[in-house]
Structures are given as structure tokens and as C-alpha cells.
Design a binder for this molecule. Structure first.
Ligand code: PGA
Length: 246
């Protein structure tokens, strides 16, 4: 089945007001990219400004995390409703850096994915094994546990991002056959929940996606786009990745 690809950029803790320049370059370049959904997830400080600047463009704006609740006494946190109000269309939940540095459990990630749905945001739910888990032969089991614990119940209004932790920011990537194997495994799990929704759900690959390797990575079966970190900070690197679909 034809799934419309999504290429999303995760800026992590990078980006200042001066970064509007990159967004403008992206908006201009996106005019020629009719076959792919393009998204940028800047830090929370830039979500509202980016969303306003990109409102009539082909670039969607997402956020990188949200709280599970809509409002309350949670100093420093930001709810999905607030992100929606700021103009975001999506939110990444369960990124491995959140799981690692903020001790987010699968159950917490699921709560955030539910919050995204409640607020009308697309949740991009991240899963992926560590190097030690892969070396021990546990990659599939880890990913299955994360999916079982992190995905919200119900249908295809979320995206899954498979991001092996050891490939993030390292310049390393799995082989295309390892990616095909894991994405096929994830597809079967999604289809086991609901055949139609499982076929429709986009599964992104993330981890050291660059212009030089994007063509090979994005051609893999059941890879419906990419979640890009470092290379998304620069429009001249990000656009050629999305341009693979043109
Ligand atoms: P990277 O990050 O592209 O810099 O490896 C990917 C991610 O963490 O989403």
C-alpha cells in the first residue's frame, strides 16, 4: 500500500532566533517537494514562531516532547494542548534521549502519545535498541516490548520511528538488510493490532541519516521516511534527504 512519506527533522536542543533563516530556506526548498511530508521539530522556544512563519507553506512544525496532562503544577513542562495552541501539528514522544536522560518509561511514553491524540497532534513514537542489546541478539525483543508498552491504543494516527540508539549521532547505521528486517518486524506487530491501520502507519528510520546515505536507507521496504537529527539543522543537508522522494 502507498504510504505518503514523512521526513521530519529533530533539532534537539539547538536553534535560536537566528535559525529562522534556515526555516525560510527550508520553506523555499519545500515548494518543489510535492511527494513528501516535510516537518521540522525545533526546540519549544521556537515552535510558535516557526509555526506562524510556516503556516502557508509545505513545512509542518512539530515539537520534541510533551507532558501527559493538559495543565497543572508541573514547573517547566509543556502540555500537548499548549503545543497545539502554539501551532504544532505533531510531537515526538519517547525519543531515546528522553528515555535515557529523563528516565522515561514505556508507560510514560504511552501517556504522552495519548496526550498528543487528545490535543489533536500526531505522535511520533520512537523505539530502538542499544548496541549492547543488539549484540546480545535482543534487538527485536526490545523493540517489541517498547512498542507494546509505548503505543497508544487504537488506530493509525501515530507514526513509529525506529532509531537504534547506537546509530544516533554516531555516523553509524545498520545495514539495509537489518533495517528491512526490523521494519518488517514492526509492520507485522502493527498489523497484528489492526490489519488496516497497521498497513497505513508510517514507520520512519532514524539514526545518522545524511544526504549521502538517504537514497539507500529510504529505499528499504517498510521505510516510510526518516527522522533526522544532525543533518536537519542545515537546510542544505535536510532538503536533499527529503528530495530523494521527488
Ligand atoms: P541523528 O539523530 O540523525 O543526528 O543521528 C537522529 C535522532 O536522534 O532523531
Amino acid at each position: 500500500m502507498a504510504r505518503r512519506p514523512l521526513v521530519a527533522g529533530n533539532w534537539k536542543m539547538n536553534g535560536l532566533m537566528a535559525s529562522f533563516y534556515e526555516l525560510e530556506k527550508l520553506i523555499a526548498g519545500a515548494r518543489n517537494l510535492a511527494n513528501v511530508d516535510l516537518m521540522v521539530c525545533p526546540p519549544a522556544t521556537l515552535v510558535a514562531g516557526f509555526a506562524a512563519a510556516a503556516r502557508t507553506s509545505r513545512v509542518a512544525i512539530g515539537a520534541q516532547d510533551c507532558h501527559a496532562l493538559a495543565a497543572g503544577a508541573y514547573t517547566g513542562d509543556i502540555s500537548a494542548e499548549m503545543l497545539k495552541d502554539a501551532g504544532a501539528q505533531a510531537v515526538i514522544v519517547g525519543h531515546s534521549e528522553r528515555r535515557q536522560y529523563h528516565c522515561e518509561t514505556d508507560a510514560a511514553v504511552r501517556e504522552k502519545a495519548r496526550a498528543a491524540r487528545r490535543a489533536g497532534l500526531l505522535a511520533i513514537v520512537c523505539v530502538g535498541e542499544t548496541r549492547a542489546e543488539r549484540d546480545a541478539g535482543h534487538a527485536r525483543a526490545v523493540v517489541r516490548t517498547q512498542l507494546d508498552g509505548s503505543l497508544p491504543e487504537g488506530d493509525a494516527d501515530f507514526v513509529v520511528a525506529y532509531e537504534p540508539v547506537w546509530a544516533i549521532g554516531s555516523g553509524l547505521t545498520p545495514t539495509t538488510s537489518d533495517i528491512a528486517d526490523m521494519h518488517g518486524f514492526i509492520r507485522r506487530i502493527l498489523c497484528g493490532r489492526s490489519a488496516a491501520a497497521g498497513e497505513a502507519t508510517r514507520i520512519l528510520y532514524g539514526g545518522s541519516v545524511k544526504p549521502a546515505n538517504a537514497k539507500d536507507l529510504l529505499a528499504v521496504e517498510n521505510v516510510d521516511g526518516a527522522l533526522v537529527g544532525g543533518a536537519s539543522l542545515n537546510a542544505d543537508e535536510f532538503l536533499p534527504i527529503a528530495g530523494i522522494y521527488s
